[in-house]
Ligand binder design. Structure first.
Ligand SMILES: [Zn+2]
Length: 242
């Protein structure tokens, strides 16, 4: 159940049988010259539409902004700081706990390290405050990265490449602009361990992977795979608690 679509009464009734909530996270971030700035948000919502049909779980409105580091200088990227995301996440966790939720699944369509660490840090504070909750944090891409053989051809494809281009083609081909088949495979060339303020110098294209290998079928399969992983996790946790 998407919380933004239900009433106070429906939430009250639903909470009698279900104390699980998914809190989704996205980003406003460059996704190459061909994909929308909200790609991460669009794909996580699509995954959760599948999850919603299979599991009794509430789904919070998506937190649309995230922490973006390597893309922060590209046009279109508007991030928030790790501190802001941590405080916001903690407030949301407390807010949903006050409503009666006990099981929290934070699922992100954006997989940046600092972004994920901020979510984890917020959850660490939350579980220290409360011993009657269970909290889980996932980047949906990390959930499926070891299961992409036979679906995705590009090794380490992660940003605006084969996976995300395929997904946008599947969700709505009009979301993919220009001729993605002519785009070149690319990846960032940051010196290992270096923290640099000039990120564009090492990664102009904003593509990490190979968009030219994208197709609709790959999009459908990788979205379904992420949904399946989440369904399995939530069902397992819910079974443990019955
Ligand atoms: Zn993305």
């Amino acid at each position: 159940m998407f919380i933004e679509k239900i009433t106070m009464e429906e939430l009250k009734r639903g909470l009698k049988n279900c104390k699980s909530i998914i809190i989704p996270f996205g980003s406003v971030e460059e996704h190459g010259p061909h994909l929308p700035l909200s790609t991460d948000t669009i794909q996580i919502i699509e995954i959760l539409k599948i999850v919603e049909k299979e599991v009794n779980v509430f789904i919070a409105p998506t937190v649309h902004f995230g922490v973006c580091r390597s893309t922060e200088q590209h046009i279109g990227t508007v991030g928030i700081s790790p501190n802001t995301l941590r405080l916001l996440t903690l407030d949301l966790l407390e807010g949903f706990k006050n409503q009666g939720f006990e099981y929290f699944f934070l699922v992100s369509g954006h997989a940046g390290k600092l972004h994920m660490f901020s979510l984890i840090e917020a959850c660490e504070s939350f579980v220290k405050r409360h011993d009657d909750v269970r909290v889980f944090v996932y980047s949906e891409l990390d959930l499926i990265k070891d299961n992409l053989d036979g679906i995705i051809e590009t090794e380490h494809d992660s940003h605006a490449g084969e996976i995300e281009t395929s997904r946008m083609l599947y969700i709505d081909k009009n979301l993919v602009k220009g001729n993605y088949r002519k785009l070149k495979s690319d990846k960032p060339e940051f010196f290992p361990g270096e923290i640099t303020s000039d990120k564009l110098k090492y990664w102009k294209s904003g593509i990490w992977g190979d968009p030219s290998k994208a197709n609709i079928e790959k999009g459908k399969k990788t979205l379904a795979l992420s949904a399946q992983k989440l369904i399995e996790i939530i069902k397992k946790i819910q079974k443990e608690t019955i």
